[in-house]
Design a protein around this ligand. Structure first.
Ligand SMILES: O=P(O)(O)O[C@H]1[C@H](O)[C@@H](O)[C@H](O)[C@H](O)[C@@H]1O
Ligand SMILES: [Mg+2]
Ligand SMILES: [Mg+2]
Length: 309
């Protein structure tokens, strides 16, 4: 364990003094920062997700001004913009050298480029269509990456008050409860979640329904669409579902949930069966690699482009 800076100056003192040094809050804070430099960022993310979640929960019951983005079913409200602004302005003030990728900033034209810099990847309201219709599954999702590695994820279920967190190498939790994925390896008995994405043209619908039909023919126990990719992915992390697949989600849907699933013992991969590509707008996640590969093998690809195009 690296000694505190303070301790360095007085290490010649008797052991008793050394103990007192480590009782010093400043010294302990320096030690904690040295051991896990991103822990303080994660604590900040949890606090902000809680704050933002209260704003979303209150606004869910109120009148909304609804606009559309890439299609007539790809909705956005003033609360999406308000919450993203609240989160990014607070984080930018505290971490001025960090970079930010937000769903609504990207929709407004900001470049969606992941660099080695500490980067916050934010979905201010995941499940906006649910939010507009006052359907409860809505979440705030905050992911964090350094050197293009996902370091932690925070997803707050705004209507159920559930805080899902995952810190690389330190496990995944829902409130204080540790999360564990299931060990299901086959499609036949699996409980699978998916989302449809914003395209509704005939060719996309044919592919989407064809994929779903395959799993039903394999006698999967169930397939569900809940309208929030991040919360569906949290159900995989908590063992409430065995697997998830989707074409048409984004890096801000994936970043936080990927850490949470991996830290719960699960896998998050590309729909080709290869490694996850955060910007590819597609994903397969499962408790086991066997199930993830079985799902990937059956999927017909639906092309949604890339976030970083
Ligand atoms: O736009 P938000 O942030 O609500 O994210 C949802 C996407 O809009 C859907 O296309 C997608 O299918 C998922 O439902 C995803 O959660
Ligand atoms: Mg959103
Ligand atoms: Mg989303």
């Amino acid at each position: 364990m690296k000694p505190c800076e303070g301790a360095g100056r007085q290490q010649q003192t008797a052991a008793g003094d050394e103990r007192r040094l480590h009782d010093d809050p400043q010294c302990r804070a320096e030690q904690a920062q040295a051991e896990d430099p991103w822990r303080e960022c994660m604590d900040t993310a949890v606090q902000l997700a809680l704050q933002a979640g209260q704003v979303v929960k209150k606004a869910l019951t109120e009148e909304k001004r609804v606009s559309t983005k890439t299609s007539v079913v790809d909705l956005v409200t003033e609360t999406d913009h308000l919450v993203e602004e609240l989160l990014i302005s607070a984080l930018r003030e505290k971490y001025p050298t960090h970079r930010f990728i937000g769903e609504e900033s990207t929709s407004a034209g900001s470049k969606c480029i992941l660099t080695n810099s500490p980067t916050w990847i934010i979905d201010p309201i995941d499940g906006t269509c649910n939010f507009v219709h006052r359907f409860p599954p809505v979440a705030v999702s905050i992911g964090f990456s350094v050197n293009r590695e996902l370091e932690f994820g925070v997803i707050y279920h705004c209507t159920e008050g559930k805080m899902y967190t995952g810190r690389k190498g330190q496990g995944a939790f829902c409130n204080q409860e540790r999360l564990h994925v299931t060990k299901e390896t086959g499609i036949r008995n699996a409980f699978i979640l998916t989302e449809i994405g914003p395209k509704r043209d005939p060719a996309t619908l044919k592919l989407f329904l064809g994929n779903m039909e395959k799993f039903l023919k394999f006698q999967a126990h169930g397939i569900r669409i809940i309208g929030s990719a991040t919360l569906a992915l949290c159900h995989v992390a908590s063992g409430a579902a065995d697997g998830y697949y989707q074409f048409g989600l984004h890096c801000w849907d994936l970043a936080a949930a990927t850490v949470i699933i991996r830290e719960a013992g699960g896998v998050v991969i590309d729909t080709s069966g290869g490694p996850l590509d955060l910007m590819s707008c597609r994903v397969v996640a499962a408790g086991t690699m066997e199930l993830a590969q079985s799902i990937a093998q059956e999927l017909q690809t639906i092309n949604y482009g890339r976030d970083d195009d």
